[in-house]
Write a protein that binds this ligand. Structure first.
Ligand SMILES: Nc1ncnc2c1ncn2[C@@H]1O[C@H](COP(=O)(O)OP(=O)(O)OP(=O)(O)O)[C@@H](O)[C@H]1O
Length: 368
């Protein structure tokens, strides 16, 4: 027997909270997820003191839900935003190790919206996806952004990879925080690119409990409450796979299309096919495929090797009738540059040229 979401909410509505009402009537439950006996949610308090006062409520919810038939495990996290609700706008230092997220309350319920909407000032939104993790999607996004900026395009990069936000590190923004006046977020800037990362708005460890509506609300805020300015293209670095973020983005924003990154191995390609299917279902055009970690050129002897095979992505693109947009070689320098926060595309070597070619192709195709 499995438990339903409605039954969980019914139980939570029985639990009184200090000050009157119950967990549900006071709208304290966020990101409720009920999946095969595992119940997870966040109790979101207005401030830290209220969160502490809610400890017995959390314990009672834990006890009551655990006792319900069909519930195997209950995970509850009680959180409070950085600033109390209704507090005057608070500006967080732009840099210098500020560790708290900006004061804008993020992860609210989504605002009703008729359908996918454009983002003011942003001409195109291009999602960068992959079926499988670790194929170099974030590396490609940061380098492509830099390559496009070097070719005179006005580029934004939204890091929506909530489970492993890596753009701040790859772009040399570690330790910096965006600022907020409580209404709008001032994004960061690096290598000619306007940058915002969902990860920078969250407290550590928060992403794991985020689900459906909460993610959708947060993504909506990233699109509409960030001062992106006038952009030719906004690149969105998606988490790997086919989940809530992909769904939310395509439902809420008018996405021009998606680029799928894959390595040439069969397993990566199978996952890439799944990602393509998902975008098809969401009616988001797939703009083409890119092969990453294609060829390895030995820095000592110049010998070319194909560690993960070669040409698999081009063949797959042809089979699916999709454009093959380009290939990026496997090179230790790509990783080192990413780790140092100076994307390789900001230099002049052969890999930078691969990214420049990819950027030029997108511009020529009217996609950036
Ligand atoms: N062309 C390349 N040559 C060498 N190393 C690369 C290349 N592309 C990516 N990498 C390295 O591979 C690792 C994974 O890359 P990256 O984080 O971009 O992948 P991802 O697909 O975004 O992963 P995740 O699933 O974590 O989102 C990183 O250490 C990165 O530096």
């Amino acid at each position: 027997m499995t438990i339903s979401r409605e039954r969980v909410l019914q139980e939570l509505a029985e639990i009184a909270v200090p000050g009157g009402g119950n967990l549900v009537s006071q709208d304290l439950v966020r990101a409720l997820s009920v999946e095969s006996g595992l119940v997870r949610f966040v109790i979101e308090a207005g401030d830290a003191a209220t969160a502490r006062a809610l400890a017995p409520v959390e314990a009672e919810a834990q006890r009551r839900l655990s006792a319900l038939p069909g519930v195997e495990k209950v995970q509850i996290v009680t959180t409070a935003p950085a600033a109390p609700r209704g507090a005057p706008p608070q500006v967080v230092a732009r840099s210098g190790g500020a560790s708290d997220p900006p004061s804008l309350k993020i992860g609210r319920h989504p605002t009703p919206q008729a359908g996918p909407a454009p983002v003011g000032g942003v001409a195109r939104i291009v999602a960068i996806g992959s079926g499988k993790g670790g194929v170099g999607k974030s590396t490609l996004t940061s380098n492509l952004a830099v390559a496009l900026a070097r070719q005179g395009r006005r580029v934004g990069l939204l890091d929506a990879d909530i489970y492993g936000p890596s753009q701040p590190r790859m772009l040399g923004l570690t330790g910096q925080r965006p600022t907020s006046d409580g209404q709008m977020i001032e994004p960061l800037h690096a290598h000619g690119v306007t940058v915002m990362s969902l990860g920078l708005m969250m407290k550590e460890g928060e992403a794991v409990v985020w689900r459906g509506p909460m993610l959708m609300g947060a993504l909506q805020q990233m699109l509409n409450q960030v001062k992106w300015g006038e952009l030719d293209v906004l690149l969105v670095d998606l988490p790997p796979g086919t989940g809530d973020v992909q769904l939310s983005l395509c439902q809420k924003a008018q996405v021009t299309g998606a680029i799928i990154v894959s390595t040439p191995q069969d397993v990566a390609l199978i996952d890439a096919r799944r990602a393509i299917d998902m975008f098809d279902k969401l009616k988001t055009p797939v703009l083409g495929l890119v092969e990453n970690m294609s060829t390895y050129v030995c820095p000592n002897c110049g010998h070319e090797a194909h560690l993960f095979g070669h040409g698999g992505v081009a063949a797959e693109a042809q089979m699916l009738g999709l454009p093959f947009l380009g290939e990026i070689p496997l090179s230790l320098d790509v990783r080192l540059a990413g780790d140092e926060g100076a994307p390789i595309a900001s230099g002049d070597g052969p890999v930078a040229q691969s990214f420049a070619r990819l950027a030029a192709r997108l511009i020529a195709d009217g996609l950036a």
